[in-house]
Design a protein around this ligand. Structure first.
Ligand SMILES: CC(C)(COP(=O)(O)OP(=O)(O)OC[C@H]1O[C@@H](n2cnc3c(N)ncnc32)[C@H](O)[C@@H]1OP(=O)(O)O)[C@@H](O)C(=O)NCCC(=O)NCCS
Length: 174
């Protein structure tokens, strides 16, 4: 099934489709930081953001498409500040119907490839994940991420304060 799914960098005309995906994922699982309030961005604002991401050497945003529908997003979000420009923050979300077909693995591989590529200045990838999100933690560990800390009360979901894991992966030599 994964053979029919296309993975590519997001382009400005993906904005509306991308916002729809984020809204759907936000309510589909309790694992995202964003809740039912959704992304809270206009299509125009998202278009502008996607334009600047395409120009960026610290941020990359991949989308997975089934036909025309975005069914997965994976991002390394960088920081323009010189003292933090070597750090990329990872996030990934795949629609539930498409879990378990190695799409998460494939998208993470593509992100790590980009982070190791010639245009990247990244030296450290980091992410946070709810401790109870065993599928995501397994995926990150499989990709080589190491647990750095567990943050008690790192997020509140439906009234419960939950542990959040900080994980990281170093890129290249310094
Ligand atoms: C986490 C997520 C990206 C994984 O994507 P996916 O496409 O299902 O991942 P894959 O199919 O490539 O791999 C899943 C791995 O988890 C394993 N797995 C599945 N359920 C598991 C569980 N309950 N406990 C441990 N491992 C589990 C699978 O066996 C597979 O590992 P393997 O390749 O060693 O066999 C996806 O489920 C998702 O988007 N979830 C909702 C949003 C989210 O949680 N994002 C991360 C927030 S930090």
């Amino acid at each position: 099934m994964i053979g029919t799914i296309q993975i590519r960098e997001a382009i400005p005309s993906d904005a509306e489709n991308l916002l729809n995906h984020l809204q759907k994922i936000a309510v589909e699982t309790g694992f995202m930081t964003m809740g039912a309030e959704g992304p809270g961005k206009t299509v125009e604002a998202k278009q502008k953001e996607l334009e600047s991401i395409l120009e960026s050497d610290v941020t990359v945003l991949l989308v997975a498409l089934d036909e025309k529908e975005i069914i997965g997003i994976a991002e390394i979000h960088g920081n323009e500040s010189p003292k933090l420009k070597h750090i990329g923050d990872i996030s990934i979300s795949i629609a539930k119907d498409y879990w378990g077909i190695r799409l998460g693995t494939t998208m993470m591989e593509r992100l790590i490839e980009w982070a190791n590529g010639p245009t990247s200045q990244l030296k450290r990838l980091e992410l946070t994940v709810q401790a109870r999100n065993e599928r995501a933690r397994h995926l990150y560990e499989k990709m080589g991420f190491k647990l750095e800390a567990i943050m008690p009360r790192g997020v509140k979901d439906e009234g419960d304060y939950l542990d959040v894991c900080l994980m990281s992966m170093m890129i290249g030599e310094i």
